[in-house]
Design a protein around this ligand. Sequence first.
Ligand code: PLP
Length: 397
Amino acid sequence: MDLEFSEETKDLKPSATAQINDRVMEKNKNGADIVNFTVGQPDFTLSEKALLIANKLMISTKGANKYSPVAGIPILRNLIKEKAKREFAGGFFNKNLSEKNVFISAGGAKQAINMLLRLFLNPFDRVMIFSPYWVSYPEMVKMAVGEPIIFPLFSPSGPLPTIDFSRMEQVIKREGVKIIILNSPTNPTGRIWREQELIILGRLALNHKCLVISDEVYDHFIPNSTAYIPMSKIFVHNNFIPVNSFSKTYALMGYRIGWVVAEQKVVQGLTAIQSQLSSGGNTFGQMLAAAIMAECGDEIELMKNQFERRKKIVLNALCNMKINFCRPEGAFYVFFQAPQKNGVINSITFCNELEEVGVAMVPGEESGAPGWVRMCYAAAEQDLVKGLDRMQKFIKQ
Ligand code: PLP
């Protein structure tokens, strides 16, 4: 029998980052030596302190093997409520916030965004995504039977100097955009949206009754000298929904714990979906996340400082290679223009050939920016040096 997939999934593209990462891990397992700058994950393991906490917790909870409440364990929802109160003071979430406004997703920020799209989209509803974008957004929209509308903030030679908001408004009106996905700091460029830009975007969203899903997973990876403001601090309306997770900030990628802060009606909607999709998140993981959030906050700063050092190493090397790149303001990626080889700039070919000489990166085609390449620098320093050295030799060949 010929098994046919549904309309929503038959053309679904797997995450390019995950695909390349899996391939590289497999090759390395079989004896290759490829330094991997693909997937956006801090290279850190849990600290001694976090491991001690985890050990004690595992014993004291007797393995925490029971289902968790679908919307998350109260202690974690409460901690996130406190964070939201602190960080969004002035905005909608300033007021009357309770842990009932917090939803814990069982599959990281990724699942949280998927569920929000599913909660709000009807077939063919339009979702505005700014390019270059995180590889998953367009496919998530399609899975939720919506249509991605890509609005470029980039030209083939690099970031546009300003955002054309009047064009954006025309597109929102023409396409009847229902949801806008904002990601600041941005994967893959590391760009941070300015306060003034957020205000204009927010007014557009309000005027045209759009929901803004604000993906803030990199909100802790911002140098101290750089100004960052989350959208939810500025807006006093309920159509701004922040999403975040433990993956990047606390290097708990594999625990898959994300969260959403929203009005209770939205939390209830997400809870209904999750109750059918997966049930509540991993119980032990949520307990550990709560303990780490409460007791290991100082480790974020250490990790951030390391990333700043690594960023310098990478940017110096790219300057030496005379490569055109977007100077990252936040997150831990550098997005650069694939250098010409034999007169051709094609980042897919560039990444494939680079992988053959032992360095893996993600082509910008996957983020809507052909000719560009994303490198994650949340990798060990010796790997960065080794990988960049290989890349330099490859370019010179
Ligand atoms: N949002 C963005 C912009 C990302 O880059 C990533 C991971 O790369 C995620 C969300 C996924 O986060 P999580 O691990 O919490 O699902």
